[in-house]
Design a protein around this ligand. Structure first.
Ligand code: PGA
Length: 250
């Protein structure tokens, strides 16, 4: 088992180029002695600005989404080739905002996962249940389905380039965090699903991030849990003052 903590910031639809450059510069400085793996995922329009700032540092460059097609007549979409051309190393796929606001389903997300892997990108595959699904006792089943379908056809040899992010939808941007115990239970469940699909070694190695109102003051308790291997941070990733302490939790 060789799991390192992986702390990722999803900037969502925030920042101008100047603000992004300032934030990226502050993160490079603040995290340069950080011990974990880091990533920032700015909007497409900011990638070219942020790329040279994080290049050669311990912060990876990520995109928040990607088209399912490689190129062609797809107005408003961004291709894996265009992302790679800008130095993108990782793509976040299946974020709940993509699933629920933009109606991306498991089949589409699975195609994107395969395309990203084929082009050598690391994938952060997000899974997570809605509040009504949790209240109906279906959190495990929903996360299981999203994991199984998201990874359909993915070989065990590709798993090193896959990270799972468990993000309960009711905890995203709401200030409500899952308790470390509740989050850990789902992480353990998802790890069990990976074990069933790919075997115990793969289950032991896969990084499972938690996302949903992660803040400097709750990061350490979450990360202390056996099955929580990192964080996918939204709101608190928009300021170095909050992302750096999360990245250096202890
Ligand atoms: P939040 O967002 O930290 O603002 O809750 C998390 C996410 O959507 O990745």
């Amino acid at each position: 088992m060789s799991r390192n903590y992986y702390i990722a910031g999803n900037w969502k639809m925030h920042k101008t180029r100047q603000e992004a450059a300032e934030l990226a510069g502050a993160l490079v400085e603040g995290l340069k002695d950080g011990k974990h793996k880091y990533l920032v995922a700015p909007s497409f329009t900011l990638l070219e600005t942020v790329a040279p700032i994080v290049k050669g540092t311990n912060i990876r460059l990520g995109a928040q989404n990607m088209a399912v097609d490689v190129q062609g007549a797809h107005t408003g979409e961004t291709s894996v080739l265009q992302l790679k051309d800008l130095g993108v190393q990782t793509v976040i796929l299946g974020h709940s905002e993509r699933r629920h606001l933009y109606k991306e389903d498991d089949e589409l997300i699975n195609k994107k996962v395969k395309l990203a892997l084929r082009h050598g990108l690391e994938v952060i595959l997000c899974v997570g249940e809605l509040l009504e699904e949790r209240e109906a006792g279906r959190a495990e089943a929903v996360c299981e389905t999203q994991t199984v379908k998201g990874l359909e056809g993915i070989l065990v040899t590709d798993l090193a380039n896959i990270v799972i992010a468990y993000e309960p939808v009711w905890a995203i941007g709401t200030g409500k965090t899952a308790t470390p115990e509740d989050a850990d239970a789902i992480h353990a469940w998802v790890r069990g699903v990976i074990g069933r699909l790919y075997g115990a070694a793969a289950a032991g190695d896969i990084i499972i991030q938690y996302g949903g109102s992660v803040k400097p003051d709750n990061a350490a308790q979450l990360m202390a849990k056996e099955n929580i291997d990192g964080a996918l941070v939204g709101g608190a990733a928009l300021k170095a003052d909050s992302f750096v302490p999360i990245g250096k939790f202890s």
